[in-house]
Design a protein. Structure first.
Length: 138
């Protein structure tokens, strides 16, 4: 399955929705979208991973590179609607300490504005709750 990126803005924040798989074959699509954002000085970006079913190590690397490029430009990359498998990947690689993760688009947007109320996603709580729900766990 190929990766399709759809873009829209909300309160001046670029929201990129990644539909498909972020893999070695498709990571160039993500990098191109980020390069276009940087060229337009859109340095505050939310990456919506809701429609993303799979991320491999190269895709994860592309996300980290994008984060670094935006950070150097004075901006930031935040993640939205990360599914269970990808949450576990972020926890396993400890990238949950790098990326801010949100479940609601408005919370992700609000996080760019000091003083606004923001509800962060608690990735460690999510993983432990998922493990507790697995058959055979106590």
């Amino acid at each position: 399955m190929s990766l399709h990126i759809k873009a829209h803005e909300r309160e001046g924040i670029l929201i990129l929705s990644a539909d498909g798989r972020i893999t070695a074959q498709e990571s160039g699509t993500l990098r191109k979208a980020m390069d276009e954002a940087l060229a337009k000085q859109q340095i505050r970006v939310v990456l919506d991973l809701g429609p993303t079913d799979y991320i491999d190590s190269t895709g994860l690397g592309a996300m980290v590179i994008s984060y670094t490029q935006l950070k150097k430009a004075g901006g930031s990359l935040k993640l939205l609607k990360v599914n269970r498998r990808n949450v576990e990947l972020l926890a396993l690689t400890r990238l949950h300490t790098v990326f801010e993760v949100f479940t609601e688009e408005q919370d992700a947007v609000n996080s760019f504005f000091p003083g606004r109320e923001v509800k962060h996603f608690d990735i460690l709580k999510f993983v432990s709750e998922q493990q507790a729900q697995e058959p055979g766990s106590k």
